[in-house]
Ligand binder design. Structure first.
Ligand code: GLA
Length: 676
């Protein structure tokens, strides 16, 4: 208490000293907020003009004991030492579990003395001394979200806000648990007003982060309530979570802007549940969506790769662009996404994002992403940190779950950069162990000038034989032309089925002699011939699988999140022993090697979703449609589906959303059989 008292006194002193300045700076905004001018204006307080950047402990610690004062101070230290502060990270935020479950006799919040022995004000002082800011958390309910029952601010808004302000807090995340059914707009607006009143007394403005998980469409009403609002449920450290949040947040682009941001939740980069390729995609897409960048990993244990991702200033510059646009979807088909963000300097940040589990070519043009006509464009690769020029095509073979992020501008100095080159491979290679296979790669000049002294090389895993069967070099490759090379690749006998990596490397020079190069990791599948006779598809290995929610399940329905969380496959009251349980949009591919004849299944929507959901089923033989249902609803019994797949190399079981989005689309391929 003595400590608190000291802070309060100091807070008042500070308030007196800064009152003049603060009042002056608030004068104009106060007027702007008062008059009602549609559309809803942002909070005109000059805060969060670019998406907030910083740290929050939740994703790495949840409520565990390692969340304490020394962690928070350690993060602040590392922000400075590792250059993250210079890169723009500013807020060091405490999430749930910082308080004791009981308020004190005066109704005040009490910091947990084990986690924060010096209190919150001391942590704020420490963080401020480093030129950083401190954030805190509570809920717009009677208690926070943790089951230990920490106090929430519902009914205590003004005194809690004042306490935060007195401690020197600069940012509040305001959660939604235990809200007692009180109207969200009312709850969140009350805290806005409480924070404003408290900040007016202390002279320290507070960024206000609304965390009601998108339940009440805050993007429609919160622009003048908070500086950012969560648009979805909680993120977790896996690919399907990132993907599902991305898909929910992308359509909300029109609602974001300076001082009012969509918040697709904090970063998972570095937490171990995804590959670095996936983390780069996560970070790239959050930047293109102008999302708040709150690091969610314990930086004291971060790898160099994690620090490199989080510290990529060219990607951060996309996120922090002062124009404040959230990127919009230019095209999306077959898991190939092009998302473009208009930048203040007229350039476009363009993400070529591959949602799928196999490498895909993703292509767009300068015109399609909104750039004006020009002879050529400068194209900056924001992960390679290299500049090229392009005549207009923006394309790449993007690895599974990968993102190529470029910044493209109609820039008269394009000729200062070498032509961009696209590296690619024909088809998706399926290799049988022991048998030589031919692969064809291509080096394509996307620029306005020739690529000179072009040379390509392909390498494979240890023990594989890779031989060029046609030229690997060219004196010059003209604009728009390709150097195509055939390779003979032999996989050693006994190599197990699975995905393996080949690497295609290219070196070349621009006309003035500048060296350039490219590297393309190529995932190839080693396959085994399908068994002859009739097999249950629920038992066979698949080549690749994509799914709208959670993983594809063998012999159960799709439970939406983790593997094995489905129930018995049940359609129209009939329970089936085997099959596949998927969630639209879904595609499961099997290698059939030209040796199979038919696929049969009883297909329908699983009963577990009541009457919701509509889907359509398709069976594809290579790229041709071999069988399909129309749109099916949950009211229908299972439909028998038979496809002639004679001669196909690959058969795909596809489920689309029936045209109405993927909600509740739990689709079953009951008793799916393949005859070869
Ligand atoms: C909710 C929020 C999370 C986190 C926890 C803490 O789930 O959405 O971001 O703050 O509460 O309990």
């Amino acid at each position: 208490m003595r400590h608190l008292h000291t802070r309060t006194t100091r807070g008042r002193l500070l308030a007196t000293l800064t009152a003049l300045v603060f009042t002056a700076s608030l004068a104009a905004p106060a007027v702007a907020v008062d008059h009602a001018s549609p559309p809803a204006p942002a909070l005109a307080d000059g805060l969060a003009l670019t998406p907030p950047m910083g740290f929050n402990n939740w994703n790495s610690t949840h409520c565990r004991a390692e969340f304490d004062e020394s962690m928070v101070k350690g993060i602040a230290d590392l922000f400075v030492e590792k250059g993250l502060k210079d890169a723009g990270y500013e807020y060091v935020n405490l999430d749930d579990c910082w308080a004791l479950p009981q308020r004190d006799a005066d109704g005040k919040l009490v910091p947990d003395p084990v986690r924060f022995p010096g209190g919150i004000a001391a942590v704020a002082d420490y963080v401020h001394a480093k030129g950083l800011k401190l954030g805190i958390y509570t809920s717009a309910g009677t208690k926070t979200c943790n089951s230990a029952g920490f106090p929430g601010a519902l009914g205590h808004e003004y005194s809690d806000a004042q306490q935060f302000a007195d401690w020197g807090v600069d940012y509040l995340k305001y959660d939604n648990c235990n809200n007692q059914g009180v109207d969200a707009k009312l709850r969140y607006t009350t805290m806005r007003d409480a924070l404003r009143a408290a900040a007016e007394k202390t002279g320290r403005p507070i960024v206000y982060s609304i965390c009601e998980w998108g339940e009440n469409k805050p993007w429609e009403w919160a622009a003048d309530v908070g500086h950012l609002w969560r648009t979805t449920g909680d993120i977790s450290d896996n690919w399907s979570s990132v993907l599902s949040i991305l898909k929910q947040n992308l359509p909300l682009a029109p609602y974001a802007g300076p001082g009012h941001w969509n918040d697709p939740d904090m970063l998972e980069v570095g937490n171990g549940g995804m590959t670095d390729t996936e983390y780069r995609s996560h970070f790239s897409m959050w930047a293109v969506m102008a999302a708040p960048l709150l690091i969610g990993t314990d930086l004291r244990q971060a790898s160099d790769a994690t620090l490199e991702i989080l510290g990529n200033r060219e990607v951060i510059a996309v996120d922090q662009d002062p124009l404040g646009r959230q990127g919009t979807v230019v095209s999306s088909e077959g898991g190939r996404w092009v998302v473009a963000k208009e930048m203040k300097d007229g350039s476009r940040a363009v993400a070529l994002f591959n949602e799928s589990g196999t490498a895909q070519r993703i292509a767009t043009t300068a015109e399609a992403v909104g750039l004006p006509g020009a002879t050529a464009y400068t194209l900056r690769d924001l992960w390679q940190h290299r500049s090229y020029h392009t005549a207009g095509t923006i394309s790449a073979t993007v690895p599974a779950h990968g993102t190529v992020l470029v910044r493209v501008s109609a820039d008269r100095r394009w000729a200062a950069h070498p032509p961009a080159a696209e590296l690619g491979i024909d088809g998706s290679p399926l290799l049988r162990a022991g048998a030589p296979a031919t692969l064809t790669t291509a080096f394509t000049d996307l620029g306005r000038t020739s690529a000179r002294r072009v040379s390509v090389a392909l390498s494979g895993p240890e023990g594989w034989t890779v031989r060029a069967a046609s030229p690997t070099a060219a004196g010059a490759v003209a604009p728009g032309r390709s150097l195509r090379t055939r390779w003979s690749v032999t996989v050693p006998q006994g190599t197990p089925t699975g995905s393996y990596e080949l690497t295609l490397r290219a070196t070349y020079r621009s006309p003035d002699g500048t060296r350039a190069g490219g590297v393309l990791p190529l995932a190839v599948s080693v396959v085994v011939p399908p068994p002859s006779g009739t097999s249950a598809l629920g038992d066979l290995p698949w080549l690749s699988a994509t799914n709208g929610w959670g993983p594809v399940e063998r012999d159960t329905s799709n439970g939406e999140s983790a593997a094995g969380d489905g129930g018995p496959i049940t359609v129209g009251g009939t329970v089936y022993d085997d099959g596949l349980g998927v969630h639209a949009e879904s595609s499961v591919a099997y290698y059939t090697g030209g040796a199979c004849e038919t696929v049969t299944a009883d297909v329908g929507l699983d009963d577990e979703k009541g009457t919701a959901g509509t889907v359509a089923f398709e069976i594809r033989a290579d790229d041709a449609l071999a069988a399909s249902t129309g749109v099916l609803t949950n009211a229908m019994p299972a439909q028998p589906l038979t496809a002639d797949v004679t001669g196909a190399e690959v058969v795909r079981l596809v489920v689309t959303d029936g045209g109405d989005g993927i909600d509740s689309d739990h689709a079953d391929w009951a008793q799916a059989r393949l005859t070869c």
